[in-house]
Design a protein. Structure first.
Length: 132
């Protein structure tokens, strides 16, 4: 998603398989989506205080992702991918590279939306159908 190769990225997501707890992913996703939206709305003229607040929020999400991973509620590969994306965003924010942070936040959001739509929801639906 970061390079704008959306078709290829979506194809990769559709091939991704994980046994993921939908509730745990949704909990992380909801919080992360709000923070990523705030980063996407940043302009170069934004105050340093807002950048610090967002960097702290991203760091807190990183902690929550690690917590859910260690509890076994978030798949390790998914958690590690989210944390890698968050680290890149934090580094961009701390370096004052707002446009880069916005681009990375958008890419991570797109990737998470795709995982939610093509993997998490589909997996949950399959599990429900197998139950029947």
């Amino acid at each position: 998603f970061r390079r704008g190769e959306y078709d290829q990225a979506l194809n990769e997501v559709m091939r991704y398989r994980t046994m993921q707890n939908p509730t745990a992913f949704r909990r992380i996703y909801n919080y992360l989506a709000k923070v990523l939206e705030n980063i996407e709305q940043l302009g170069v003229e934004q105050q340093r205080q807002k950048l610090d607040m967002l960097a702290r929020a991203v760091a807190r999400i990183n902690i929550q992702v690690e917590y859910q991973k260690n509890r076994g509620l978030l798949a390790s590969d998914l958690a590690d991918g989210i944390k890698a994306g968050l680290l890149e965003i934090i580094q961009s924010l701390r370096g004052g590279r707002i446009d880069e942070a916005v681009q990375r936040a958008r890419a991570l959001r797109d990737a998470l939306d795709a995982v939610l739509a093509y993997v998490i929801i589909v997996t949950k639906k399959r599990e429900e159908e197998e139950w029947l």
